[in-house]
Design a protein around this ligand. Structure first.
Ligand code: EPZ
Length: 418
């Protein structure tokens, strides 16, 4: 199994460019299933999750061409057949379930396995299903599959118990070809939702209110092909911010939409790190002392749960004590045990972690337990005393492309070893 071998090499300095957003491109790929015309997507990051979703779509008879060098993906869902892919493929990613809404809207039925994804909680899909039933779809769950049936559905009002990102995306896509208007209340307002709505509207849909808690989708007869550039990956940007902070470096990050990273920028400025915004770039200067801060993860525009582990790495060697409350997922502290192997002083109680900053962490043999936990270990290893070996890096490669090469451009010593 591949691993990352990291040697500390002082403060990171230089410029790095963020890729397109994993959590925006995956639902947008699924939205291409809503039309029988060809769609083109730009800034598609060559990530494991993207390849898995491409394979799932191809197993449904969809034509997908991915020019990874130029990060251009063309998708043509001229016809959609039921997938012959194994469970195991669908279970690799959470986003596989985002196929359900568009395929049911397009063909009137779909049968998908329960999705997978990081083991950061039970990850149910009950809110998706409740919304589908609310729209008049018939649901059957058996043998690990969910079968959804419903044609020319009527628009309706859906109130989400929790502003679920995936449920909001799935229901938006299920509603675009309904008769009448569908209203989603208590919708998620993450930037990835806005990007999906932009793409759907380019396809001829009528989606308003994305980015707020109330989204209105007025059904249309059909959708046509469209071209779209995916927004930058705000979580990758946050990862580079944390790497600059932990190494007390001075790093410029390009391809940033500042509005999307405001919660993280505000938090890191609390620690004394300087954040300078200029157009689509930000400069992170952490050459002064980094002080502790508290975090409470919340749906957007609160502090993002996906940056919780990564910012815990900053707290591990910041001056003082920081408290983290994880309100979104019930099991998102799996990185704590690994950080403690590196000498971090962290106590957890349920969804709360108290981090006592120590002078330096020490290199150790650790492993990635999930995508963002793995990123947190890389960030911590960059400034540890001694070398660190990070195993199970396939978790990391699901959501970061060439993170080793990008960090090496900033002066890090990180090597992928098979
Ligand atoms: C998306 O997951 C992201 N993944 C996650 O990013 C991200 O952490 C999450 O949104 C929250 O921002 C993708 O976009 C592919 P949710 P999703 O539905 O849609 C509960 C990463 O690191 N819930 O907003 O699965 C759920 O259990 C990944 O890039 C239900 O109870 O997140 C969780 O506690 C990790 N029932 C909370 O809502 C449901 O039907 C948030 O889940 C759906 C969700």
């Amino acid at each position: 199994m591949s691993l990352f071998y990291v040697k500390p090499n002082g403060p990171l300095r230089g410029t790095v460019t963020a890729s397109g957003s994993k959590n925006a491109v995956l639902p947008i790929m699924c939205a291409c299933l809503l039309t029988d015309e060809i769609c083109e997507i730009y800034s598609v990051p060559p990530l494991l999750d993207v390849y898995v979703l491409k394979e799932i779509m191809e197993s449904m008879g969809v034509w997908v061409q991915f020019d990874e060098k130029n990060e251009v993906m063309k998708i043509h869902a001229k016809r959609i057949s039921s997938s012959d892919a194994k469970h195991t493929l669908w279970e690799k990613i959470r986003a596989s379930f985002l196929v359900a809404g568009p395929v049911c809207a397009r063909t009137g039925k779909v049968k998908v396995p329960f999705p997978g994804g990081c083991k950061i909680g039970s990850r149910p899909v009950d809110l998706h299903i409740k919304g589908f039933e609310n729209m008049g779809m018939k649901i059957r769950q058996e043998f690990g599959f969910i079968e959804i049936k419903g044609r020319k559905l009527k628009g309706t009002e859906i109130y989400l118990d929790f502003p679920s990102v995936g449920a909001t995306e799935n229901l938006m896509m299920a509603a675009v070809l309904c008769e009448g208007a569908t209203v989603i209340e208590n919708a998620a307002s993450e930037p990835e939702i806005v990007d999906l709505a932009k793409f759907l509207n380019k396809m001829g849909a009528s989606v308003t209110g994305a980015g707020s808690t109330k989204i209105v989708i007025k059904g249309v007869e059909s959708l046509h092909g469209a071209k779209h550039r995916v927004i930058p990956d705000r979580i990758e940007v946050g990862t580079f911010m944390a790497a600059a902070a932990v190494t007390r470096g001075d790093v410029t990050i390009k391809n940033v939409c500042f509005e999307h990273i405001r919660p993280a920028a505000a938090k890191i400025e609390e620690s004394g790190v300087i954040v300078e915004e200029s157009g689509k770039s930000i400069r992170i200067n952490a050459e002064r002392e980094v002080r502790s801060f508290d975090i409470k993860t919340l749906p957007f525009p609160g502090f993002p749960t996906d940056m919780q582990a990564i910012f815990m790495s900053i707290l591990s060697t910041a001056k003082g004590t920081g408290m983290i409350t994880e309100t979104v997922f019930e099991n998102r502290f799996m990185h704590v045990a690994e950080l403690k192997k590196m000498g971090a002083d962290i106590k957890t109680d349920g969804r709360t972690a108290v981090v006592e900053g120590v002078k330096k962490l020490s290199g150790a043999k650790v492993r990635a337990t999930d995508l963002r936990a793995g990123a947190a270990l890389i960030v911590s290893a960059l400034a540890a005393e001694g070398d660190t070996e990070i195993g199970d890096i396939y978790h990391i490669e699901r959501g970061y492309c060439d993170i080793d090469k990008k960090l090496m451009m900033l002066g890090a010593e990180i090597e992928k070893r098979d």
